[in-house]
Design a protein around this ligand. Sequence first.
Ligand code: ZN
Ligand code: ZN
Length: 310
Amino acid sequence: MAFKIFHPISFIVLIFILLAPIGHARRSTPSDRKSSPFDFIKKLEGCHKGNNTKEIHELKAYLEQFGYLKYQNKTHATDDDFDDILESAIKTYQKNYHIKPSGIVDDKTISKMTTPRCGVPDIVNGTNYMQSRDKKHKSGSSNIHTVSHYSFFPGNLRWPSSKTHLTYRFLPNFPNNAMAPVARAFQKWDSATHFTFAQVQTNQNSDLVIAFHRRDHGDGSPFDGPGGVLAHAFAPTNGRFHYDADETWSIGPVAGAFDLETLALHEIGHLLGLGHSSVNAAIMFSGIGAGQIKNLHDNDIQGIRALYGR
Ligand SMILES: [Zn+2]
Ligand SMILES: [Zn+2]
């Protein structure tokens, strides 16, 4: 297997090896900072409407990839003019990520935008679902106004109500030691929702299919090498969930690596019909740092219950 999976114990062994007198070997530790496809954003610090900097066309491509803008005029999509459309897209991004919507590429915006993340767009078909779920909940005699920051795919795509048991399989290239973390993630969704899950053999049909892929792998959403986009999954009832094979993956929290189970929890949320949440602690928040582990959050469970009316 070309991709690397670090287990905390093997990592400790690795550290002992790397702390051996050959100092230059430390350069290959997984905790080293690697360049990321999102690093260009750091060069845009302080940029605002009217600027013309050579990375601006890349920022436009980034915001288009995650659903924040779409130019009718394709020449504007690839030029370096910081125009009204870009400013408006940045403001929407800032609102989704609880940053003051200044339209300026400030520190906080750069910090969020350069965080490794899921490849599923925050906004699908131009509708900003991350902000649209203002709801009134009745509590006793008074109406309590709460904002539910979970989101769904357009048309509230979901599994039919009779379909509560979903099967999954791993494609043949899937490393054995990465299966248990995925199975644990299914178990957590199983415990928290009306769904049950079961693994079937690689050669059997299943509702869900899980695989590692790198770069362009034929589904219209190419991966981008180490860092940047880590994984993606499709809305119901497509069932596909892909890890980026170019990332350094771990079982548990390991500096410089991404936790397989945390990403599986997130991508299974998409498989069930959840979009991204603007709640930082929710598993459906788009970004995930290296070495970070997360669990299901009330916001995620509320989202599934709202989608399936349970
Ligand atoms: Zn996602
Ligand atoms: Zn894919």
